[in-house]
Design a protein around this ligand. Structure first.
Ligand code: PMP
Length: 307
């Protein structure tokens, strides 16, 4: 997906021109993938742009870094203030937000600890990740031949740069085979997650999703879906799922910042039919919340120009 350029990028406390936001070719993160990042969305509301679950994302960036023994020199509050400023300066009505903490230039070799930790935040307009048609009528998913990396290989609760090779391999495989998105199984053969999203199914009216012990990223949208399900009186359980549970599901969907809540129409060509009623209920509430139309959930939004 080509990037839509904006005027400024935040780098270590400075707002720099878009094309000057560069790093040296010997920055170790480029070579070894030692870095952590976030994906966040700001939505258009009638009070200007609002960042969905802003604090949760910046806190997850810190958690990701902590697992890798990286010390981010800015607090979650400072990073949130930087993002709000960046949105005000660049002026989009809605956008995707990409903070990244990486190792700065100066050291080389596999010990990351002596390297300085640098932080950048970029924002840019970004439409629906799997397309408007996918959002409305569901996407075609493929079980990947790539196994989701295990927590004792690379910690799965750290949203770290290098691990995304695993995700990208699965994504490319799915696309080349004519599907929209992948579903990865874990090393035990249970359903883990999509290449960049969590997976839910509905069976006999019960909403189900794999537990964190399946080696998945704890999605912030996943947590929001769980809260919405509770508030909508939808029965919900975190449980290990096998591949055939996907085939026999009454409904299935992905959740994630990029993908939002996107129905899954089929898995490995087994038609599920989408969007089902539970998916639709959750999807409708999700979009109302992020657009600031549900006062009850307003604490999930950080209004860039104040509440
Ligand atoms: N799993 C993976 C591997 C991801 O990259 C993402 C996107 N961050 C998710 C799940 C969904 O997480 P979130 O809802 O926080 O965007």
């Amino acid at each position: 997906m080509p990037i839509v350029e904006m005027a400024k990028i935040w780098m270590d406390g400075e707002l720099v021109d878009w094309h000057d936001a560069t790093v040296h070719v010997l920055t170790p993160t480029l070579h070894y993938g030692w870095g952590v990042f976030e994906g966040i969305r700001a939505y258009e509301t009638d009070r200007g742009p609002a960042v969905f679950q802003h604090r949760a994302h910046m806190e997850r960036l810190h958690k990701s870094a902590r697992i890798l023994e990286m010390e981010i020199p800015y607090s979650a509050d400072e990073l949130m203030a930087a993002t709000r400023e960046l949105i005000r300066v660049n002026g989009p009505r809605s956008c995707y937000i990409r903070p990244i903490a990486y190792l700065g230039y100066g050291q080389i070799g596999l010990n990351p600890l002596p390297s300085p930790v640098k932080v950048a935040i970029a924002i840019f307009p970004w439409g629906t990740y799997l397309g408007d048609e996918g959002l409305a009528n569901g996407v075609r998913a493929k079980t990947s031949s790539w196994v989701r990396i295990g927590a004792n290989m690379i910690p799965t609760q750290s949203k770290c740069c290098g691990v995304y090779i695993n995700s990208s391999l699965a994504k490319v495989e799915a696309l080349k085979a004519g599907y929209d998105e992948a579903i990865l199984l874990n090393e035990h053969g249970n359903v883990a997650e999509g290449s960049g999203e969590n997976v839910f199914i509905v069976k006999d009216g019960v909403l189900m999703t794999p537990p964190l012990t399946a080696g998945i990223l704890e999605g912030i949208s996943r947590k929001a879906v769980m809260r919405f399900a509770h508030d909508l009186d939808i029965q919900f359980v975190e449980t290990d799922l096998l591949r055939h549970d996907l085939y026999l599901a009454d409904e299935a969907f992905y959740s994630g910042t990029a993908v939002e809540v996107t129905p899954i129409r089929s898995v490995d060509d087994r038609e599920i039919g989408a969007p089902g009623p539970v998916t639709k209920q959750i999807q409708d509430l999700f979009f109302n919340v992020v657009k600031g139309k549900e006062p009850r959930y307003e604490s999930m939004l950080d209004f860039v120009y104040g509440p």
